[in-house]
Design a protein around this ligand. Structure first.
Ligand code: DLL
Length: 436
């Protein structure tokens, strides 16, 4: 059985792949210049014409696109096709300003399904597989993205959406689910609910893989999910502006996420200077879409921090890999001058068996200074009322955080199940700071 969905593309020699990228890039640049006034103005202002793009390196002549540009284009100003050709719209939440709206043509949906499908097959999916989709359906791209990926492969899709966790567990058992698709934090809630219901999913359930993404997930949390559910977890990445889930994903080797380079060009830039960084250096991921018809993007700044993993992957795929996303530049906390990502805190917490992987970072104002408090929870079987033992645990965790992150963080241990569980993306930071 092949572990590829489109082997001729996924294992294409690099020179062929780069020739394909260049051909598509040239066509894209001419396409957006002609059809999207925003790009025509931006290229004119930068003094570049579509005819200046003759090599992949020429991409760096083009200006970046930022989230604000998409907000300013609300709702449809960035669409490159007429209403007749738009078959779906997704949007990302507009909690801070206008929502960013993305449209899809039939071809865009087909390519999206193929991208997700590739990684379902990498996770072991066949036409016999049952795929349970527990990402939210709706304007969020998780549910429908996984759904069309599973349909593209010919799997049996169970379109659960998120929520109704006991039912997720019941169906996972009764339908012999093979592959679960949801956020890592929701996978953990499903696992814990199954255990509470008296199941041992690792042995009682057929499930063998999970394709999880939409939020950072530490290696410790991955291990916990894999052990509790008895499966292999592949980390899938994407963002609604660029397509949705499936822009990049791990293969069975779990050594970085292959970028679907026939559809996207990835660059890693220094977030301050915007200069490209060498392979292997951490920076901000920037994507250019090569095949999107409705909402193409040139050099879109994601704010996600990753790096290119050098060398080739044992799986035989020729697509380059990015490292697992540690966080977003806008989620980075600066605690007494030290940069800390929530995922680094998670990595430390998950080393403690007495503590669950659920946590919350509370930011508040204490006078002119920001105050950071980390709330963690003990596992249900921990003797929470043994005060001295609890205090010793708190001190050990605080010391471990200090030695890993080089900064002191105040820790508060709360009773089991006090921290709100997430059925979608976990909200790890609670910001109670007063805005000046
Ligand atoms: O989260 C799309 C998606 C759905 C990806 C399902 C994977 C699975 P947005 O809601 O637009 O789209 O949020 C995109 O989520 O810029 C990252 O900051 C974060 N993100 C997505 N995947 C990962 C991942 C979807 N695997 C934003 N690891 C992105 C870490 C991720 N962060």
């Amino acid at each position: 059985m092949s572990s590829y969905y489109q082997p001729e593309i996924e294992t294409m020699p690099r020179d062929g792949l780069q020739a394909l990228q260049l051909e598509r890039l040239k066509a894209l640049v001419a396409y957006v210049y002609e059809r999207i006034p925003f790009y025509r103005e931006a290229f004119d202002a930068a003094g570049v014409k579509p005819s200046d793009i003759n090599a992949l390196d020429d991409l760096s002549k083009l200006p970046f696109t930022a989230k604000q540009d998409l907000r300013d284009a609300y709702p449809f100003k960035m669409f490159a096709v007429g209403r007749d050709d738009v078959v779906r719209i997704h949007a990302s939440s507009g909690t801070t300003g206008n929502a960013t709206v993305v449209g899809y043509t039939q071809n865009d949906l087909k390519n999206w399904g193929d991208c997700f499908g590739r990684f379902l097959v990498a996770a072991g999916a066949t036409t016999e597989s049952v795929v349970q989709v527990a990402y939210g359906y709706g304007l969020f791209t998780g549910g429908l993205g996984a759904h069309q990926g599973a349909e593209a492969v010919g799997c049996t899709v169970v379109p659960m959406s998120s929520g109704n966790t006991k039912r997720q567990v019941q169906f996972m058992k009764d339908f012999d689910t093979d592959i679960l698709c949801c956020t890592p934090s929701y996978a953990l809630l499903i696992a814990d609910t199954a255990l509470e219901e008296g199941f041992t999913p690792a042995t009682d359930f057929k499930i063998s893989a999970a394709v999880l993404g939409a939020e950072p997930c530490s290696e410790g949390m991955r291990q916990e999910i894999q052990t509790k559910l008895g499966l292999k977890m592949l980390d899938i990445y994407g963002l609604s502006e660029v397509m949705g889930p499936g822009v990049a994903c791990e293969c069975g080797c779990q050594k970085g996420l292959h970028v679907c380079e026939d559809h996207f060009i990835v660059e890693i830039v220094d977030p301050d200077t915007l200069e490209p960084v060498p392979d292997g250096t951490w920076g901000e991921a920037v994507f250019t879409t090569l095949t999107k018809e409705c909402s193409p993007l040139i050099r879109y700044r994601t704010r996600d921090i990753t790096r290119i993993i050098e060398g080739t992957c044992e799986c035989g795929r020729s697509f380059r890999r990015i490292d697992r996303i540690t966080g977003r530049t806008d989620d980075m906390l600066i605690i007494r001058g030290v940069n800390v990502f929530p995922s680094q805190i998670e990595e430390v917490i998950t080393k403690f068996d007495e503590i669950t992987a659920q946590y919350q970072i509370v930011l508040s104002s204490k006078g002119p200074l920001d105050h950071v408090e980390l709330l963690v929870e003990t596992v249900p079987e921990y003797p929470f009322d043994e005060v001295r033992r609890l205090e010793a645990l708190r001190k050990r965790l605080a010391a471990e955080l200090k030695s890993n992150l080089q900064v002191s963080i105040e820790v508060r241990i709360v009773e089991p199940k006090t921290i709100v569980r997430s059925e979608g993306k976990a909200k790890r930071i609670l910001d109670l700071r007063e805005r000046g």
